[in-house]
Design a protein around this ligand. Structure first.
Ligand SMILES: C[S@@+](CC[C@H](N)C(=O)[O-])C[C@H]1O[C@@H](n2cnc3c(N)ncnc32)[C@H](O)[C@@H]1O
Length: 216
């Protein structure tokens, strides 16, 4: 394994630990729509190459409660990013299929598209248990990211959870304010003290992780 891949794996293990801390204790109530009873659905917005795809599907399939030990668990992840090259990379790396030794089927779909305008995509007709945004980029375009956050909240099931991570303290603070203004209720936000520092001062990988639900 190259040192880049090792770094990536370490970052993802730390992300998993943060998810345990911030999301794990809330549990995740999975809605049981008749047609999708055993399926947990994750929407990963602005996912880039979606390095976190396996981390998320493993974490949320383990959180799922309610299905019997014998029935196969299914988890779907739909990743969306405006950059076609990153989406092509994600498609190449993450394939759907049954996971050997586990009673789990993973389904991956990746879509090149604008996350501020999700309506009209058939794959996005249904709602999601989890909407995830890793390293949201609010600082870079507040208007666009307001729209992306609005879309994210609107795609949640009633008891679904929106999870974001941020690179910078100030950008995280701005995103927390924006999401609450747009109808999100903050459940928890924590700093990742193992976060890997990046060359830009004050920037580090998954520096903060926050979870929201939709206000009633
Ligand atoms: C800071 S990067 C994070 C990428 C990835 N989630 C990660 O953690 O490596 C922000 C991402 O937002 C994407 N993005 C920006 N505006 C977007 C839009 N309107 N719709 C979809 N993706 C967008 C960019 O292409 C980029 O991949």
């Amino acid at each position: 394994m190259s040192s880049y891949q090792e770094q990536l794996q370490t970052d993802l293990q730390r992300l998993d630990k943060m998810l345990q801390r911030v999301v794990g204790k809330q549990g995740l109530k999975i809605s049981t729509a008749a047609s999708k009873e055993d399926t947990t659905r994750i929407l990963d917005l602005a996912c880039g190459s979606c390095n976190e795809a396996d981390t998320l599907t493993d974490f949320f399939s383990n959180l799922k409660n309610g299905s019997s030990a014998s029935s196969e668990k299914k988890i779907e992840l739909l990743g969306v990013d405006v950059r076609a090259r990153e989406i092509a990379d994600a498609k190449r790396r993450f394939k759907s299929g049954k996971i050997a030794g586990q009673n789990l089927h993973k389904d991956y779909h990746f879509l090149t598209g604008d996350a501020s305008k999700l309506d009209g995509h058939r794959a996005l007709d249904e709602h999601f248990d989890v909407v995830f945004m890793r390293h949201q980029n609010y600082w870079n375009g507040k208007r666009t990211w307001d729209e992306i956050f609005e879309q994210a909240l609107s795609k949640l099931k009633n008891d679904g959870q929106l999870v974001i991570t941020s690179y910078f303290d100030e950008e995280h603070r701005l995103a927390l304010d924006a999401i609450q203004r747009l109808g999100g209720q903050l459940i928890d936000s924590q700093q990742n003290h193992e976060s890997r520092e990046l060359p830009t001062a004050g920037k580090s990988v998954d520096r903060h992780v926050a979870v929201f639900r939709r206000k009633d």
